[in-house]
Design a protein around this ligand. Structure first.
Ligand code: C2E
Ligand code: MG
Ligand code: MG
Length: 419
């Protein structure tokens, strides 16, 4: 897709094609939800979901960002108020703000009016400002931040460390949080520079009395490291991806991460009729377009007493249609299928059913998608040809909330990294 034109974006706004995804932020020590970041997407009628990196800049250049930003702010405040009314605690909603919006002298009043319109307490709103934005227009933005803080609205400095930090002004600016970007988090434990940067930023932030948020946490190891180093909050696909408001609410109502170990998000509680959870069989949806392969898988699974196949789908779209109402625990997902491919299906499933464990079945260890699938939230990735030997064990592993990756795939991934 070529980048969208201003005309297309203007029409998209008029047609209400923008939607918000939400990603919880969690307290690293306790797993308690401490906030939600609102992230805008364009639900394109032909292309599906289009991410903000494809259109925010164009909106800024074309003078559309104020209108888009107003819509995002209004919708996010409405959603937070609705969640509050539904009894959902867990801190403020965070809205990303373009520097251009902040430089508008009327912006502070816009925020005040939006909060009033939504009936939302200012303490339940936080604005995220990228550090580079500050650099471009420090004086104007500084006054706006002070005025917002006086209202009670939180302000976080996004992507901290990627611009030229105004270290001297950090305290006087009155920001309440620093967000450490994914580029410093993804190398933790592997790249000594990332470890050093994290330690320095944590020391600096804590010295100044600020809360630190690690963004883009994708593995248990990263989370453990952040906990050891005393990072306050974390956000990332390992904890919960950015998903629809409904999916976030379901995730929270089923206990988020506080009640269950990572990856086994939101398993249903044991049935009221006394059925013991441990005794219930693992319910599996098998998704594969290849009839013979699917039947073979079902036959293998039928031999395990603790596993029950509750559904079969012949392509990704059928799986997405089935998922919302299906009582299942694990989805076995083929990587290449007609109608909706594996990756697209995976995303759709995570959006609709963040409680499901997802085990991906692939043909080759060389599959270039292994990392993509794992990054996008697959809990396991294994090879079809080994299915007879591995399948039942892999299924039990992801159902227990642990990650499973075939050794051959791991070898290949490590080889690629070294090569
Ligand atoms: P950001 O504010 O730093 O948002 C974090 C980005 O990291 C989001 O991407 C989020 O989906 C992604 N992310 C979260 N966890 C993980 C993970 O574990 N792994 C990986 N690889 N990525 C993860 P997204 O939604 O594409 O947003 C990109 C940027 O677009 C945001 O960066 C923000 O600067 C901007 N943006 C998003 N929504 C808005 C908005 O409403 N207004 C404005 N002005 N900018 C926005
Ligand atoms: Mg942000
Ligand atoms: Mg960020």
């Amino acid at each position: 897709m070529a980048d969208p034109t201003l005309v297309e974006l203007t029409q998209a706004l008029a047609r209400r094609e923008f939607v918000l995804a939400y990603q919880p932020m969690l307290e690293v020590r306790t797993g308690k939800v401490a906030g939600f970041e609102a992230l805008v997407r364009w639900r394109h009628p032909a292309l599906g979901m289009v991410g903000p990196e494809r259109f925010i800049q164009r909106c800024e250049e074309g003078g559309l960002i104020a209108e888009l930003g107003r819509w995002v702010l209004t919708e996010a405040c409405r959603q937070r108020a609705a969640w509050r009314d539904a009894g959902i605690g867990g801190g403020p909603i965070s809205v990303n703000v373009s520097p251009l919006e902040l430089r508008d002298p009327a912006y502070v009043e816009t925020v005040r009016a939006t909060l009033r319109g939504a009936g939302l307490e200012p303490q339940l709103l936080e604005l995220e400002i990228t550090e580079t934005a500050l650099v471009a227009s420090f004086a104007e933005v500084k006054d706006a931040i002070s005025a917002l803080r006086r209202q009670g609205v939180g302000v976080a400095l996004d992507d901290f460390g990627t611009g030229y930090s105004f270290l001297r002004s950090l305290r006087s600016l009155g920001v309440s949080k620093l967000k450490i970007p994914i580029e410093f988090i993804c190398g933790l434990g592997e790249d000594p520079d990332c470890d050093a940067i994290l330690e320095a930023v944590l020391a600096l932030g804590h010295r100044l009395g600020l809360n630190l948020v690690a963004e883009g946490v994708e593995t248990a190891d990263q989370l453990a490291l952040l906990r050891d180093r005393g990072c306050d909050l974390a956000q990332g696909n390992f904890l919960c991806a950015a998903v629809s408001a409904d999916a976030v609410q379901t995730w929270i109502e089923r206990g988020g991460l506080a009640a269950v170990p990572p990856l086994s998000r939101g398993r249903e509680p044991a049935a009221a009729d006394g059925e013991e959870r441990a005794e219930r069989r693992i319910r599996v949806l098998v998704v594969d377009d290849h009839d013979l392969a699917r039947r073979t898988i079902v036959r293998i699974l039928a031999q395990a007493a603790d596993i029950e196949v509750v559904g079969e789908a012949r392509d990704g779209q059928a799986a997405l249609d089935l998922a919302p109402t299906l009582a299942a625990d694990v989805v076995l997902l083929d990587v290449s299928m007609p109608r909706k491919g594996g990756l697209e299906t995976l995303r759709g499933l995570r959006e609709r059913r963040p409680d499901l464990a997802l085990l991906v079945l692939s043909m080759h260890p060389e599959d270039p998608y292994a990392l993509r699938f794992l990054r996008e939230g697959a809990h396991g990735y294994m090879l079809k040809e080994r299915a007879a030997d591995e399948l039942v064990g892999a299924l039990r592993t992801v159902h227990a909330g642990r990650r499973y990756v075939s050794q051959a795939v791991l070898d290949k991934l490590v080889g690629e990294r070294e090569g």
